[in-house]
Design a protein around this ligand. Sequence first.
Ligand SMILES: N[C@@H](CCC(=O)N[C@@H](CS)C(=O)NCC(=O)O)C(=O)O
Length: 229
Amino acid sequence: MLLLQFSTSHYCRKARLALGYKQIFYQVENLTPSLHILRVKPLSGSTTVPVLLPQQKNCPAVVSESSEIIQFLEIYQPNPPLYFEDSAYQQEALRLEAYFGESIGKESRVVYCQFRSTDAGKQIDPSWISLLTIQIIRLRYGINAKSAERAAQKVADAIALLSEFWQDGYLIGDRFSVADLTAAALLAPLGLIPAYRRDYPWLFERITAIHQLCNEPLPKNWQTGLGIT
Ligand SMILES: N[C@@H](CCC(=O)N[C@@H](CS)C(=O)NCC(=O)O)C(=O)O
């Protein structure tokens, strides 16, 4: 399988966590933001990554959108499962996947990109390509101090929800699911922001454990969130 991705995208992280959890062999093709459209649009008709090319017999040629990728992987390789057989649990799992994926994922991107435009945030990766990418993302999604403040409030609400479940359990039932995986992927970028690492150590311990479970490396520069360079 081939995953078309941006290496730093948290939606692509979500797809990689699912592939890793299921121990499916795959390769990645890293695309450059903006130029990626030339590769992705003819395949999926959309402009976003991740896009998975299963390259297997009896499989679709192209699967785009992280939630569609997980749905495909559940059929391709049901074990270990990320979905539930119990329909009430499954409905709740998909609801939380949408909440953390579509809503909170967008807000954490705003908070992270705003932080990356500050002096402290630039130190995470001061290379011109990284700083340019952050500026492109800020323009693309209209990110500024005001939108970051609103986003931080929504992120705080999501963390409050997680604190009820994650300190000693899972979001749904008594096992790991697509809901936990999505929350871990979409909140992972906040681990590079020292204030979040200081205020919510349990959150990042859990995100670290989920990465281990899914055989996925933590975000590059994860230690800088602790002030360790
Ligand atoms: N709902 C999509 C969101 C994916 C998404 O927003 N991807 C961003 C990267 S983090 C992207 O490809 N942006 C490029 C663009 O919108 O042109 C999913 O879950 O896959």
